[in-house]
Ligand binder design. Structure first.
Ligand code: PSU
Ligand code: MN
Length: 304
């Protein structure tokens, strides 16, 4: 078996990477497991458009018919969005089996980083990353995303972490793993739906060039690992912190009551929050993803 039997990089992405054009990777779990159809497909296609408008090539990643594919087609985006949670959520441990069975999979932050890295892409934009869950001192539910950030040299542009997670423990874990957390234009870690969390980031950087330079220095040293760039949701789309906190608490309580565990936890919570807010959180979610796509394209342009 060769790498080409397991990995497919689209011609456009291959050409862009080879000629040092800016490329931004995008995940597909957000499509299949993070948003309802048809908003998920509409959002994913708009994100690709925004990246192009900002001078970069988009590379949405997924497992398609047994190949980790970097740069899926609009038809494949539609397919993954329509099939929704019936598509396997593919984390690091799932890749081997999904590929050998010629199956499909929606890539998480973890596996999108893996695909990006194999294709030579440095920047990846999304909404939120996984982290240390509330109650992890008992459940040990810590997202594989944090481990991946510590070893794979890809920068992840996100809107911080949702407080479905224990943000304080997530920051501690990232510190232990040596993952730099950069606040884009802020000293404070944004909390996805809101711009504030009460926690400090490691460094505040204010321009795409500053972020690109920090990443470049880290990679030039050869110490490896990624970087988490936390870009706050634009003020006009941010939600009321008390309101969203009460919703998240309800969702977490319901999740515990139902005994939901493992890889089901995050998709359950995302869906529950969307239902409890009557779609308001989905609108905010979509806007912050667009905002991250714009920043990702600008950083990729600086790196290129
Ligand atoms: N957090 C979000 N939206 C998402 C996810 C997390 O706000 O869509 C998805 C991402 O794909 C992330 C994954 O990599 O969930 C993390 O899942 P887990 O907590 O099971 O590691
Ligand atoms: Mn988990």
């Amino acid at each position: 078996m060769n790498l080409e039997d397991c990995l497919y990089v689209s011609e456009e992405v291959k050409e862009a990477v080879a000629s040092h054009k800016p490329v931004v990777a995008l995940e597909s779990t957000i499509i299949s497991h993070g948003m309802p159809y048809p908003k998920n497909v509409e959002t994913a296609l708009n994100v690709e458009k925004i990246i192009r408008e900002n001078g970069a090539v988009p590379a949405t990643v997924a497992v398609i018919k047994g190949k980790l594919t970097v740069g899926i087609s609009p038809d494949e985006i539609e397919y993954l969005g329509k099939k929704g949670t019936a598509v396997a959520k593919a984390s690091r441990r799932d890749l081997g089996t999904l590929i050998s069975k010629k199956d499909d999979g929606a890539t998480t932050v973890t596996t999108t980083m893996i695909g990006a890295s194999l294709a030579g892409i440095k920047v990846f934009a999304t909404g939120g990353v996984g982290g240390v869950h509330r109650g992890a001192e008992v459940t040990m539910d810590i997202s594989a995303d944090l481990e991946e950030l510590s070893k794979t040299p890809v920068m992840v542009v996100c809107a911080g972490c949702k407080s479905i997670l224990d943000l304080k423990l997530t920051m501690e874990y990232l510190e232990t793993k040596g993952v730099p957390v950069i606040g884009y234009g802020t000293d404070e870690l944004p909390a996805f739906y809101t711009r504030k969390s009460g926690l400090k980031v490691d460094y505040r950087l204010d321009t795409p060039k500053e972020v690109a330079d920090a990443f470049l220095a880290q990679q030039t040293l050869g110490i490896g690992g990624g970087m988490l760039v936390a870009n706050p949701i634009p003020e006009e789309y941010s939600m009321d912190p008390d309101y969203i906190e009460s919703i998240i608490e309800k969702a977490v309580e319901e999740c515990n009551k139902l005994g939901i565990k493992g890889k089901e936890t995050t998709p359950y919570l995302l869906d529950k929050i969307q239902k409890l807010t009557g779609g308001d959180s989905l609108a905010a979610n979509i806007q912050l993803v667009y905002n991250n796509a714009r920043l990702g394209a600008k950083i990729a342009s600086e790196l290129a």
